[in-house]
Design a protein around this ligand. Structure first.
Ligand code: GLY
Length: 370
C-alpha cells in the first residue's frame, strides 16, 4: 500500500492508496465507526456501481452503512441540498465524534466536507474519492464548499479529513468523459511545479486513460504527494502562499463553469483544461512565457480530448465572474500565470483592460474548442 502523509501537526492524516482498497475498507474504517454504524454520503451513480462493495466491506467488520444519497452532478453542491443533508444528519442523531464518510467524486467530497464542518460546529470526516479528479485533488487538503448564484465554491470552510482512502480500481466504472476531465487536474501538477511530471504525462497520459494500473497509481501518488506538500506549507491559502498555485487555470475555469450554469454541459476538469490553456496563452501575451510552452500544453490537452478554449462567451460577463474570485484582494484580479511549464506563479499585475482584451480575442468568437 502507498501512503502519503498530510503533515498538519495534530490534524495530520494519511492518504492510503491501493488497488481494491474499498473492498477492504472496513479494517481502515473500524476506528471511525462508533456504535457499529457509519454514515455514508454518496450519489446515486456511485452507489449503483460501488455501494454494495462498500456496504459489504463495512459489514465484514461489523459496521452498518447508514447511507444518504443525493442526485449525481454538480447541481447537488447547493445550499438547498446542504440544508437538507444537515437536517438528515441531525435526525440520525450524529454526534461530533461520529464522522461522515464522503464516498464519491468532488461534489460529494465538497458537500459532505462542508456538512461535517458545520454539523455541531464540526464533526469528523473521511474521504473515499471515486473519480480521478477527487482522487488527485479535491479529497485532499480540506477545502469544502457549495456553489452559489454568484459563483463556484463561494461558500465553504477548511475542514480536514481524518483519513483519505484511494482505490484506483473504482476508476474502471468512470465514464470516459469524467476520466479525461479528472486527468486535467493531473496535468495541473506538472504545469505548476514539476516539468518532469508534465513530460511523464505526455508519455503516459494515453496509458492512464486506457486503464494502465501502474500509470494510474503513479499519477495519483505523484499528484497527492505534490498536493500534500503544498497543503502542509500553506493550509489555508494565505495571501502570497503556495496553495493558490493549485488554482492554476481555475480563475478562468470557475467563470466558465458559472456561465455554463453548473449544468453538466461543462465538467469542472474540462473547464480547468480550458482555463490552463488560457492561462498559458495569457502568460505568452503578457511576455512572461515562451509561446512553445503554451503550444505544447494546448497540444497535449487537445490530444487527450480536452478543450483548450470555450468559445462563444460574453467577455464582460466572464470578467465580472472573475472579479468574484476568492484569490482577489484590494480590488485587483489575482491570477496564476506561468513563466514556462513547471513554473506557475501568482500575480495581480494584469490590468482588467488587458484581461478583457485577452478574453475578447480568445473566447468571444468562434475559436475551435479542441
Ligand atoms: N483544489 C485547489 C486546492 O485544494 O487548493
Amino acid at each position: 500500500m502507498r501512503q502519503v502523509e498530510v503533515a498538519l501537526g495534530e490534524r495530520s492524516y494519511p492518504i492510503l492508496i491501493e488497488s481494491g482498497l474499498i473492498s477492504r475498507a472496513g479494517a481502515q474504517l473500524h476506528p471511525y465507526a462508533r456504535g457499529g454504524r457509519l454514515v455514508v454520503l454518496s450519489d446515486e451513480n456511485v452507489w449503483r456501481h460501488h455501494g454494495s462493495t462498500m456496504s459489504e466491506a463495512l459489514a465484514q467488520d461489523g459496521i452498518e452503512a447508514v447511507r444518504i444519497l443525493v442526485p449525481a452532478g454538480e447541481g447537488s453542491k447547493s445550499w438547498a441540498v446542504l440544508g437538507d443533508l444537515l437536517e438528515k444528519l441531525l435526525a440520525l442523531g450524529l454526534s461530533r465524534s461520529d464522522p461522515i464518510l464522503a464516498f464519491g467524486g468532488g461534489m460529494i467530497g465538497d458537500l459532505g466536507g462542508l456538512a461535517a464542518a458545520l454539523l455541531k460546529r464540526g464533526c469528523g470526516l473521511v474521504q473515499v474519492p471515486t473519480t480521478l479528479l477527487a482522487q488527485v485533488d479535491s479529497s485532499v487538503g480540506g477545502k469544502t464548499a457549495v456553489n452559489m448564484a454568484g459563483g463556484k465554491n463561494l461558500v465553504g470552510a477548511f475542514h480536514q479529513p481524518g483519513l483519505v482512502l484511494i482505490d484506483p480500481d473504482v476508476l474502471g466504472t468512470l465514464p470516459d468523459r469524467e476520466l479525461r476531465a479528472g486527468y486535467a487536474e493531473v496535468v495541473k501538477y506538472g504545469l505548476i511545479a514539476d516539468a518532469d511530471f508534465f513530460c511523464w504525462c505526455e508519455m503516459n497520459g494515453f496509458a492512464l486513460l486506457e486503464g494502465d494500473a501502474a500509470a494510474r497509481l503513479h499519477a495519483i501518488e505523484t499528484s497527492v504527494r505534490a498536493k500534500a506538500t503544498i497543503v502542509a506549507e500553506d493550509e489555508r491559502e494565505a495571501a502570497g502562499g503556495r496553495r493558490a498555485l493549485l488554482n492554476f487555470g481555475h480563475s478562468f475555469a470557475h467563470a466558465l463553469e458559472a456561465e455554463a450554469g453548473y449544468s453538466g454541459s461543462l465538467l469542472h476538469g474540462e473547464a480547468v483544461a480550458a482555463g490552463m490553456a488560457l492561462a498559458m496563452r495569457l502568460s505568452v501575451a503578457e511576455g512572461l512565457c515562451p509561446d512553445e510552452d503554451a503550444m505544447r500544453v494546448a497540444g497535449h490537452l487537445r490530444v487527450m480530448g480536452l478543450p483548450t478554449s470555450i468559445p462563444g462567451q460574453d467577455p464582460q460577463r466572464l470578467l465580472a465572474r472573475m472579479r468574484q474570485d476568492k484569490k482577489n484582494a484590494s480590488g485587483r484580479i489575482s491570477l496564476i500565470l506561468s513563466r514556462g511549464i513547471g513554473q506557475a506563479f501568482q500575480t495581480d499585475a494584469v490590468s482588467e483592460e488587458r484581461l478583457l482584451s485577452f478574453l475578447q480575442h480568445e473566447v468571444s468568437g468562434g475559436r475551435s474548442v479542441a
